[in-house]
Write a protein that binds this ligand. Structure first.
Ligand SMILES: NC(=O)c1ccc[n+]([C@@H]2O[C@H](COP(=O)([O-])OP(=O)(O)OC[C@H]3O[C@@H](n4cnc5c(N)ncnc54)[C@H](O)[C@@H]3O)[C@@H](O)[C@H]2O)c1
Length: 453
């Protein structure tokens, strides 16, 4: 037994630390979409830097990683274990179709209390939106004045590339990360124009309708070597062209759709049912929310994009093909209803019909009175810091998709033909093992036989 467990621990050892460049200088965060999530994130970073609040919900700021055996007592903070940029090194800019600066946008979003915002007002006012790449065909419910003009989509992409270079210069940032926090675009499927950089660039010149604004930002970022994360359920980076650009330009990508309220709960509860071999016959999820995101999702095209992203979760976790008697016949429904009085304070109800021993039915009801952007903001922070780390890591910078960041997404990107891992705790283990691996620490498998040698 002793030899076997030693062999096992050898197998899980990450031999040597990978090279990671230090997080020197400023990190510039560029955000298409300066709405509720973006302003709550930026205001939160400034509030934490000013000592006004704590970065609750952020794994990079509050989380630890266990190293070695349970008896070793080594659990450093993640931010001490891997070289992440410090909050004081972050500088921000963004794009939006509205002209409001971040203070005004945050006031309108109505997420944060006025008192907090007043304390950081000059800083928030200093972040002003650049003119956006926007087309109402992709977000029907919105229209705004702060929009770029160009003869074709290639010209618009060139303008975003120029914005990136200008911001790098004016802010003095050493490195950049772009994070899509814009509205959910209409449902699109991959097509020939997305298959290669060559086809995509031709499509940009020809104003191909399969190229949405979010793709133009992603193309510009990746072409400039800037990592890109997609917080919305849009197709944006789930495309061969983006993977090609990401790998060629050492600009890691990840997405899509922040895993915040209801889906977070789904990816905790569904693995529990499967772990105990409890069956599931139905899962009805409904939401009321009254922010701009809710208004945009009233449009059937944008809702379909969101629906696809929310529905995939159960199928992948429960594996009905492996367990047809338990999960072969599930009725899964997701509804989102725009209800202005609630603002950003969403209410998500779940009715879950499960069955146990001898097929006896049971029900679970979840009523999550959450705050959408309060849940999303720490995810944005972790993603920008981890994407920047990935770009500084010799092992991660050229692989394109960062599957180890699946933890943060409803619909995680994976290598082509690989099904995504949705179980929150497997995702967390993957993330922490990736950090251990980067630092040459032993991976943790939870086998634990060595304690009984
Ligand atoms: N808050 C959450 O819990 C959560 C969870 C998962 C995903 N998301 C997604 O994150 C995104 C942002 O959410 P939010 O609540 O901040 O929405 P929001 O409506 O408050 O903000 C989105 C902003 O994007 C801007 N915008 C739209 N198209 C743009 C473009 N092409 N270029 C630049 N700006 C553009 C809008 O004007 C708006 O200000 C949405 O797509 C939402 O679906 C949010």
């Amino acid at each position: 037994m002793a030899t076997q467990s030693k062999k096992q621990s050898k197998k899980t050892e990450s031999k040597k630390a990978e090279h990671i460049a230090p997080a020197k200088g400023k990190l510039g965060i560029m955000i298409p979409g300066m709405g509720a999530v973006a302003t709550t994130f930026v205001a939160g970073v400034e509030a934490v830097r000013s000592g006004l609040a704590k970065p609750i919900g952020s794994l990079t700021q509050m989380g630890t990683v266990r190293l070695g055996k349970r008896t070793d007592g080594r659990s450093p903070l993640i931010k001490k274990f891997v070289p992440l940029a410090d909050l004081n090194q972050l500088v921000f800019t963004g794009w939006d179709i509205f002209e409001d600066n971040m203070y005004e946008a945050a006031r309108k979003a109505g997420v944060l209390e006025r008192e907090l915002l007043e304390n950081i007002k000059p800083f928030m006012e200093s972040v002003k939106p650049l003119p956006a790449v926007f087309d109402q065909n992709y977000v029907r419910k919105l229209d705004g004045p702060n929009v770029k003009q160009g003869r074709n989509k290639m010209e618009l992409a060139e303008q975003v590339r120029q914005d990136i270079r200008d911001f790098k210069k004016s802010s003095g940032a050493d490195r950049l990360v772009m994070m899509w926090c814009g509205s959910t675009e209409s449902f699109l499927e991959p097509s020939a124009v997305h298959n290669s950089v060559k086809a995509f660039e031709k499509g940009l010149l020809n104003n191909d309708e399969n190229i949405a604004p979010s793709m133009i930002y992603a193309y510009a970022a990746l072409t400039e070597g800037v990592p890109f994360a997609n917080g919305a359920p849009n197709l944006t980076t789930d495309l061969p062209v983006m993977i090609e650009l990401s790998r060629a330009n050492h600009a890691p990508i990840c997405g899509k759709d922040f895993k915040t309220g209801q889906t977070l709960m789904k990816t905790v509860l569904a693995p529990a049912f499967k772990a105990r071999m409890l069956g599931l016959s139905g899962w009805y999820s409904t939401n009321i929310l009254g922010n701009r995101d809710g208004e945009v999702l009233e449009d059937p095209g944008s809702f379909k994009t969101k629906e696809e992203s929310k529905l995939g979760v159960l199928e992948h976790i429960l594996q009905p093909k492996l367990y047809p008697e338990l999960y072969g016949n599930i009725f899964h429904k997701v509804r989102i209803n725009y209800y202005p009085p609630r603002g950003d304070n969403k209410e998500g109800w779940d009715n879950i019909d499960i069955f146990g021993w001898l097929g006896y039915p049971m029900q679970i009801k979840v009523d999550f009175l959450c705050r959408d952007s309060i849940l999303a903001a720490p995810i944005v922070l972790d993603l920008v810091l981890f994407l920047d780390l990935a770009q500084r890591s010799s092992q991660l910078r050229d692989i394109g998709i960062q599957e180890w960041l699946s933890f943060y997404f409803k619909s995680p990107m994976t290598a082509p033909k690989l099904y995504p891992e949705h179980d929150l705790f497997i995702q967390l283990m993957k993330l922490k093992n990736t950090l251990r691996h980067l630092k040459g620490e032993e991976l943790i498998t939870h086998l634990g036989l060595e304690y009984y040698d």
